[in-house]
Design a protein around this ligand. Structure first.
Ligand code: URA
Length: 309
């Protein structure tokens, strides 16, 4: 957050410096400007929830129609309204509530956003269809601050699928997973077991970069989960590598810390198949805790043994 609009009004700041300052704010995780007058968003969401409950009790559709708020950067309707890839609006009973914020529409994450994600994801017939559906989905607020959707990279026919937690800065800029320093480390780890980007499939649980690389909230993960589940069904890997505890928790409901979980095999039942999953430390963690690499090498050896010949 950035306080007040005085921050940019100092006369001695030149246009190029303003641009650099804005870039710095964005990289630091600033996701919106605050106005002079405070908005009580807790009261706002309570008010909207009680209005929705009232409408439901009166038999009307349970959500507020999409509101286009003050536009600072021009309309980008595909980003802001919930629609199907062919442009047709989703059934109104599956659209999420929205609250106005500067320049965009902020979705109040709730069960309806999760439900609309399920409806969209479950009927995707191919990976490219799933990608288009994600591009059309506006139920996750991370999309508002991210530059690009980060869907997947690598070989969709690979037997091994690696799932990270969320994209970082370089991934967000390029729209590809694992292309930053942690990606380079991951590539070395893959090489160690005879894999590379053309023989593995890389994706990320949450496909939009959280501002300032913060950990995605449980709600954000819940909203994105139907899309990753459908992606797994479409790729049909034999082995899944879960990079980080949050991914293992969200996907398999694991309760233990990654320290306890890593190194053991778990099973994901999906699409009539049982897929073997191994959770391990995420490469980003290894960059700052290199001592733990030895454990991840062990995990990768175990993954190599599990890979079909
Ligand atoms: N880097 C990515 O690109 N994706 C992740 O999920 C984690 C790190």
């Amino acid at each position: 957050m950035l306080f007040g609009d005085n921050a940019l009004s100092a006369p001695e700041i030149l246009p190029g410096e303003i641009e650099a300052l804005l870039e710095f704010y964005t990289a630091s995780g600033v996701d919106c400007f605050l106005e002079e007058e405070a908005i009580d968003r807790f009261a706002l969401s309570e008010q909207q929830a009680s209005q929705a409950a009232m409408r439901r009790s009166q038999g009307a559709p349970g959500n507020v129609p999409y509101e286009r708020s003050q536009q600072l950067d021009g309309p980008r309707s595909s980003e802001r309204s919930l629609s199907q890839p062919n442009g047709a609006p989703l059934n109104p009973s599956t659209t999420a509530k929205t609250a106005p914020v500067l320049g965009s529409s902020l979705v109040i994450p709730d069960q309806e956003a999760v439900e609309s994600a399920r409806v969209l994801a479950s009927s995707a017939t191919s990976l490219s269809d799933l990608r288009s559906r994600l591009e059309a989905f506006s139920g996750c607020n991370l999309k508002l601050s991210a530059k690009n959707l980060v869907f997947a990279d690598g070989n969709p026919n690979a037997r091994v699928m690696l799932i990270g937690e969320a994209p970082g800065r370089e991934e967000d800029l390029k729209g590809l997973p694992f292309v930053g320093p942690d990606g380079r480390l991951l590539e070395r780890m893959l090489q160690f077991i005879g894999l590379d980007r053309s023989s593995a499939y890389l994706t990320t649980f949450v496909p939009w970069r959280p501002p300032g690389n913060r950990t995605p909230t449980p709600q954000e993960r819940e909203i994105c989960k139907p899309f990753i589940l459908r992606q797994i069904e479409l790729v049909e890997p034999d082995v899944i590598v879960l990079l980080g505890g949050a991914v293992a928790k969200s996907l398999l409901g694991a309760q233990e810390s990654i320290r306890k979980l890593r190194g053991g095999w778990m099973t994901l039942e999906i699409g009539g198949r049982s897929i073997q999953c191994m959770a391990t430390y995420q490469p980003e963690f290894l960059l700052s805790n290199p001592i733990e690499k030895r454990l991840v090498w062990q995990d990768f050896l175990s993954i190599e043994e599990k890979m079909p010949a």
